[in-house]
Design a binder for this molecule. Structure first.
Ligand code: GDP
Length: 289
């Protein structure tokens, strides 16, 4: 995984020192806060490690590395990061504020599922801008998915979602990814629209996942922007994008603990293959570097 966002560089100096002293804890705290864990988690992690250092009576900073990986793994693993896609069709709503990487994520996710042999259709239920539909169509094609487009600009998003699920049922397509609007300036309208999309879908098929896409580079501000989705959209999983361009890997843990919703996918680049499922142990290890 890209070193850019791992804590590795910040911590390397610390792990090769002779002994653990007060500076070690200060440096560790700074590194954790810089990586966007937030002060509360940083403090809790340090307390946990101080306690372990005392219990195991170690003075070797190398032990800290293993302890940190374990502490992170434990915290990550409190959440169930498995995608629930067993229904047929499995309907996934993808929500989030414009610009976070929603369209790209849908293409990458389709490609990811395709590699597991699944068939996918994408529903272009963000019907407001024709250009957005075209961009989604390009990504769907790249990802090896079919697409159901609106028949005209501004068509009722719920009716596009309806037609997409009809298509999946008719053709036996296994997974439906529904794109939704993310224009922030019409928050109330947007949530009403989303509720209607959900209502219409639920008459046809259960919704397997509602994935909220968040941009790691926007950190806590991004979460605040997305609060309306967290409140109203029945989010079941988070997708954290742009982890490649960011030194903010701690955001993944911070956002999971703050929202109480598991991270299920991570985006690490602009290419079609730059997405992966979330595995706590692998992520903790790569984060510490
Ligand atoms: P949308 O408005 O939410 O649909 O966002 P887009 O999918 O159009 O993405 C917005 C920008 O973010 C584009 O330039 C994407 O290439 C870029 N982007 C999306 N995901 C990632 C990622 O994981 N890493 C990087 N570096 N860029 C990304």
């Amino acid at each position: 995984m890209a070193e850019k966002w791992s804590l590795g560089r910040a911590l390397r100096g610390m792990f090769v020192k002779e002994t653990i002293d007060e500076n070690t804890w200060d440096d560790l705290e700074t590194a954790l806060i810089t990586a966007d864990f937030g002060p509360d988690i940083a403090e809790a992690l340090i307390e946990d490690m101080r306690e372990k250092v005392a219990r195991f009576q170690t003075e070797d900073p190398k032990d800290l590395k293993r302890m940190l990986v374990e502490a992170l793994e434990d915290r990550f693993a409190k959440f169930d990061s498995t995608l629930k896609l067993t229904e047929r069709p499995a309907v996934v709503l993808v929500v989030g504020v414009n610009g976070v990487g929603k369209t790209t994520t849908i293409g990458k996710f389709a490609n990811f599922l395709k590699r597991y042999g699944r068939s996918i259709v994408v529903g272009a239920a963000d019907t407001f801008r024709a250009a957005a539909v075209e961009q989604l169509a390009t990504w769907a094609e790249r990802g090896g998915a079919q697409i159901v487009r609106p028949e005209r600009e501004g068509q009722d998003p719920a009716s596009v979602a309806y037609q997409t699920i009809e298509y999946a049922k008719r053709t036996g397509t296994e997974i439906v990814l529904v794109d939704t609007a993310g224009r922030l300036h019409t928050k109330a309208g947007l949530m009403d629209e989303l509720e209607k999309v959900r209502r219409v879908i639920e008459k046809q098929a259960p919704i397997s996942e509602v994935l909220l896409v968040l941009d790691a580079t926007t950190g806590q501000n991004g979460v605040m922007q997305a609060e309306a989705f967290l409140e109203h959209a029945g989010v079941t999983g988070l997708v954290i994008t742009k982890l490649d361009g960011s030194a903010k890997g701690g955001f993944v843990l911070a956002v999971q603990e703050r929202t109480g919703i598991p991270v299920k996918l991570i985006g690490e680049g602009e290419g079609i293959g730059d997405i992966s499922g979330f595995t706590p142990s692998a992520f903790a290890a790569s984060l510490v570097g």
